[in-house]
Design a protein around this ligand. Structure first.
Ligand code: HXC
Ligand code: NAP
Length: 292
């Protein structure tokens, strides 16, 4: 069921949505569903060949219209070009999905200053660049409704060892999401975030679980529902948050992780492995305490 498209046909008809990092991974999956629901989508990343290939594939598969624009999210002037090209092609823009990211595992003390900056610049500064350029445009044009959707992670609020630049940057994106939800609501701009748990993509798995780490750490075991995420279920949530059906949701971060982060957080979650017989024994021991 969760592998099926959720929204009704044409739920995004007439919308123009910009997806950063839309040519691969989760960005491509969300783009595919936006197109199926009737949106026009602008996909951006550093690699124009990849984007052009994705454009042909996605237009063929969905019958939708895709504009591919090369852009490094770290450069504000390139972001302004994306906005210009979008307006030239479609005449307006309704939604921004800040999805592009950079990340890799490393002990923090091994990182150069430039390595740390690189992740902060892609994730935090990149999301800021798109948010600022598009927000200014929407405010200037007095557009009635528009939507910003940011992809963060569950460690945006818990933090995480070995991905410290990413955790630091995603925490900043989450703060920006909640701050602007209040400040820009008066301009009709909604601001929300999604915090995905593990959803296999080549980009993430190659950098976070390289080599035999994939086999050493069975990610499924970390997730209470016992599996990793399916791209369509993330796309369902993203499409809902981009659509007018979610008009009253503003400043929210929705976690979609099968309960993964909470499993790591609860004080007694390790008792998951206790058998029924053991529980009988433990219960007797606890009850006997009262009698003494
Ligand atoms: C230590 C490293 C390193 C590593 C790069 N650097 N890789 N340091 N360990 N493994 C250092 C480099 O030496 C350099 O520092 C600096 O980082 C910048 O590296 P460049 O290769 O010049 O950067 P760039 O070409 O801009 O590439 C950015 C990148 C790359 C982040 C390093 O991996 C990339 O393009 N990633 C994009 C896609 C991605 O990361 N996807 C994963 C998202 S997953 P010096 O000092 O030498 O100049 C995600 C999931 C989160 O976010 C949650 C999962 C559950
Ligand atoms: P991915 O496949 O590596 O995708 C990252 C995308 O960002 C690529 O399309 C890449 O395109 C683009 N990008 C990277 N640096 C860029 C830059 N400087 N300028 C422009 N575009 C850039 O990773 P993913 O797994 O799909 O991740 C997508 C989002 O989900 C990210 O925000 C990630 O943090 C989040 N997330 C993923 C998971 C997961 O399990 N996969 C879990 C939690 C959160 P180019 O290389 O062509 O530029």
């Amino acid at each position: 069921m969760f592998q099926k498209p959720m929204l009704k046909d044409n739920a995004l008809k007439g919308k123009v949505i910009v997806v950063t990092g839309g040519g691969s991974g989760l960005g491509k999956s969300m783009t595919t569903y936006f197109l199926k629901l009737g949106a026009h989508v602008v996909i951006t990343s550093r690699n124009i060949e990849k984007l052009n290939k994705a454009k042909i594939e996605l237009e063929g598969k969905t019958g939708g219209k895709v504009l591919a624009v090369q852009c490094d999210v770290r450069n504000y002037s390139e972001v302004e070009v994306v906005l210009e090209e979008t307006l030239k092609e479609f005449g307006k823009v309704d939604g921004l999905l800040n999805n592009a990211a950079g990340n890799f595992i490393s002990p923090t003390e091994r990182l150069s200053a430039n390595a740390f900056d690189t992740i902060i610049d892609i994730v935090l500064k990149g999301s800021k660049n798109f948010t600022l350029a598009f927000g200014k445009h929407w405010i200037k044009e007095k557009q009635k409704t528009s939507t910003i959707l940011n992809i963060v992670t569950t460690y945006a609020w818990t933090g995480s060892a070995y991905v410290v630049p990413s955790a630091t940057a995603k925490a900043g994106v989450l703060a920006m999401t909640r701050s602007l939800a209040v400040e820009w609501a008066k301009y009709g701009i909604r601001s929300n975030a999604i915090a995905p748990g593990p959803f296999p993509t080549k980009g993430a798995w190659d950098r976070l679980l390289p080599g035999d780490l994939k086999d050493k750490f069975d990610i499924k075991k970390k997730v209470p529902v016992g599996r990793v995420g399916v791209h369509q279920e993330l796309a369902n949530l993203a499409a809902y948050l981009m659509s007018d059906f979610s008009a009253y949701i503003n400043g929210e971060v929705i976690t979609i992780d099968g309960g993964e982060w909470l499993k790591g957080a609860g004080e007694f979650n390790m008792l998951e492995d206790v058998s029924e017989e053991m529980w009988d024994m433990l219960e007797t021991m606890i009850r006997n305490k009262k009698k003494k």
